[in-house]
Design a protein around this ligand. Structure first.
Ligand SMILES: C[S@@+](CC[C@H](N)C(=O)[O-])C[C@H]1O[C@@H](n2cnc3c(N)ncnc32)[C@H](O)[C@@H]1O
Length: 484
């Protein structure tokens, strides 16, 4: 018997019948059968005994439960199952009830449908302990003043999204050595907002499997979700020394697997605990063991928000104005203020305390674009800006400086070359799925020491070198530095 086809039909029916407003509020995007099987397949079944207690919070039409029950009944017919499926939306519960009935028909399966709010309910049936949790939680911002945010903060950790609150609650409900598998957006892995979530989660679980879908439109395409999703499976208990990394472009494509040391996934010295989706192939050269802070350099976001400072911005140069730099001016290597910046005013008036505070003094700075398009080959694009006058940097740029002042030109040049290298871009991609590069990201990236960066600058014939030249130089300088 295989109930999964019928559940897939029910899922599509349920998805089609959703009220768009409720769908948005409850984050109702149901998991296709092929993905449900992937999630169910990530859980280890070897150590299970007796009656396995299963939780599916935010169960929708029950696709995940069906996939897991099918797998367990097929691979471990010796076990009995008890499933608790939690769903808040009464429109969906009839579909869910049908799926649970179909699960029971396998035999040795008991189910319980609990209608209620997983984050606020007092119903003890949702709180475990459970041996296995499988969930595609709802995604959506969790505003500070909501009951859901306050209660989950009290019970587990204060976190800004429904999905991370669901995930935390799921982990809290696990028995020792219990396992959870979740499909979630990638933002938890490196977002600054999720630092406290990571710091809460990581000491109490072992990350076992991480799967990243490299294409944004592959998983929930039929419910209109375009975002990078990851599947994470974990065990409650101490971290194992290795993590299995799976990568897939989308469904129907082959999944590659690689076992990597945990220290590569979360670097021991990383105080933000970024989780890197690395295949283990991107090797950071040992000599690149410094952060910007070690080099005495700070990464900041440009201070001028154009729509707030309209009165200070001018299309044409006037006396008392200084260059206004946008990310459109940044090219790999340099910054060209002569380039048109989509009709934006190119000059910024200084001369008042408020305006002067928004500029940097004359000197040399490294600018890094904050946003790139998906099509651009590099996420990190850096250019050197030098001026003997103060300059205003737009808020969609990041700039590197030394305590608000410029950087020694050779060092700035070396920093830009390093930032524009393919190696650095690949390192960046191991922890970020975004096209956005924020100051926090720059703060945790690895850099060689100042001498090596200056040597790199001296070896480059020009700052606008071709990609091949940059990569060749970086390779040479880093091999020499590693050998020292
Ligand atoms: C992303 S959908 C996933 C549904 C199903 N697990 C699947 O994978 O197809 C999230 C589900 O959680 C439900 N939900 C949203 N907020 C909830 C809450 N606070 N408590 C319980 N369920 C909730 C939604 O109605 C929706 O069915």
């Amino acid at each position: 018997m295989d109930i999964r086809d019928a559940v897939e039909t029910r899922r599509k029916l349920a998805q089609g019948g959703l009220d768009p407003t409720i769908q948005e509020a409850f984050g109702q995007h149901f998991t296709p059968s092929i993905t449900s099987n992937l999630l169910a397949g990530m859980l280890g079944l070897d150590n299970l005994t007796g009656t396995v207690r299963i939780l599916d919070p935010g169960a929708g039409a029950g696709s995940l439960t069906a996939a897991l029950v099918h797998r367990l009944r097929t691979e471990r017919p010796d076990l009995s199952l008890h499933v608790t499926a939690v769903e808040v939306d009464s429109i969906l519960t009839p579909h869910l009830a049908e799926t649970l009935t179909a699960c029971e028909a396998y035999g040795q399966v008991e189910t319980e449908l609990v209608q209620g709010n997983f984050l606020t309910s007092e119903d003890a049936r949702m709180r475990g302990p459970f041996d296995l949790v499988i969930t595609n939680p709802p995604y959506g911002k969790l505003a500070r003043n909501t009951e859901e945010r306050k209660l989950s903060a009290r019970r587990t950790v204060d976190t800004p999204n429904l999905y991370s609150a669901f995930w935390a609650e799921s982990v809290a409900s696990l028995a020792p050595s219990g396992q959870a598998v979740v499909i979630v957006p990638r933002s938890w892995a490196n977002g600054a907002y999720f630092t406290s979530f990571r710091k809460w989660l990581l000491p109490q679980v072992s990350l076992d499997n991480l799967l990243v879908f490299e294409s944004r439109d592959s998983v929930f395409a039929d419910s209109g979700v375009l975002q990078e999703n990851v599947i994470v499976s974990l065990t409650k208990g101490p971290q194992r020394p290795e993590v299995t990394m799976h990568a897939s472009v989308g469904h129907g494509t082959e999944i590659t697997r690689r076992v990597v040391p945990f220290d590569v996934v979360i670097r021991p010295e990383d105080r933000y605990k970024f989780v890197r989706f690395t295949d283990g192939e991107v090797v950071v050269p040992p000599a690149a063991s410094h952060t910007l802070a070690d080099l005495g350099i700070t990464a900041s976001t440009g201070k001028v928000v154009d729509f707030r400072n309209r009165d200070l911005l001018f299309q044409d140069f006037e006396s008392g104005t200084v260059p206004m730099i946008y990310q459109a001016h940044i090219r790999p290597g340099g910054v060209n203020h002569q380039l048109p910046a989509r009709g934006k005013p190119q000059w910024f008036r200084i001369g008042t305390t408020a305006a002067d505070k928004l500029t940097v003094p004359s000197g040399t700075y490294v600018l890094v674009k904050r946003f790139s398009s998906k099509e651009e080959t590099h996420r990190v694009v850096a250019g050197v800006w030098s001026s003997d006058a103060p300059t205003a940097f737009d808020n969609k740029t990041n700039y590197l400086h030394v305590d608000g002042q410029g950087i020694v030109p050779d060092l700035a040049c070396g920093l830009a070359l390093w930032l524009n290298s393919t190696l650095l871009d690949r390192v960046f991609r191991t922890f970020s799925g975004h096209t956005q590069v924020n100051a926090t990201d720059l703060r945790i990236l690895p850099f060689p020491d100042a001498d090596t960066l200056v040597r790199l600058a001296h070896m480059a014939p020009k700052i606008f070198s071709s990609q091949e030249d940059i990569d060749r130089l970086v390779d040479k300088v880093m091999s020499e530095a590693d050998a020292e």
